[in-house]
Design a protein around this ligand. Sequence first.
Ligand code: KIV
Length: 312
Amino acid sequence: MERALSATMRRGTGGNVSLTPIGEPRHKITVATLLEKKLHHEPITCLTAYDYASARLVDDAAIDIILVGDSLAMTMLGYENTLSVTVDEMLHHTRAVRRGVKHAFLIADMPYGSYHVGVHEAVRNATRFMKEGGAEAVKIEGGEKRADLIRRVIDAEIPVAGHIGLTPQSVNVMGGYKVQGKSLGDIEQLMRDATALDRAGVACIYLEGIPREVAAMITEEVRTPTIGIGAGPDCDGQVLVFHDILNLTFAQPAKFVRRYGDAAATITEAVQAFRADVMSHQYPADSESYHLPKETQAALETVLERKQAMRK
Ligand code: KIV
């Protein structure tokens, strides 16, 4: 049985990170684990991952949930927003992540358009994420208005993660990425959204871009674990985007993002050092080259000598 790793970080300073075994055997995270964690007030951790390497690293660090977010439209594919990414593109990344995950609960985002046209298409697409992608749940944006559809997906034995508040697939309706739930009417709607998802039986509810006070009320009200992003510290868990915490987004981070590393600087330094070594003939060294076996080398020399002698 593998041992869990605990990450002890000196926060905010980019200081030492020590990964030390805490002696706990690692179990597979399931929907039941998430519920238990909420009951025991044990924080739930979630990060996005979009490929095999990042999935392995995140899973090895004992993160509870890995989300193949449609944020990969921007972070991995360079799109302007999440709207253009397709089911096939999402599946491609979900399969890669699946191969890197052993213990975390794996959720795949249903992209824009994959559940908006009709219930049958929604269930068919969700089924693809389970069968072809190896996901253990799908995430669907929207609250009260999606509750019936979400029930139908759950009826097909597919756990669903809800997502309310700032839902990036509604960017054009919201008129930009704006914090939601600031007026009394909006707070009431958010409470209705959360309770509708709770009653529908979702596995967890992502709360994005809402005031911490509202996230705290929702978290208190629902039985379902809440996972916050830009929703303050009172949610049952927290999620951040892998590329955000590592400075790989080429953009100003949002207020709620905390950077835990500077992969952009590390990668740039490594790439520039490689270029400099090639330009100055310092790479590859003899020790980094393959060599002929001694007998072949000797035979080759004899052949070359003979050829040279014949030319004279
Ligand atoms: O796509 C995504 O990455 C997300 C989260 C950050 C919740 O939906």
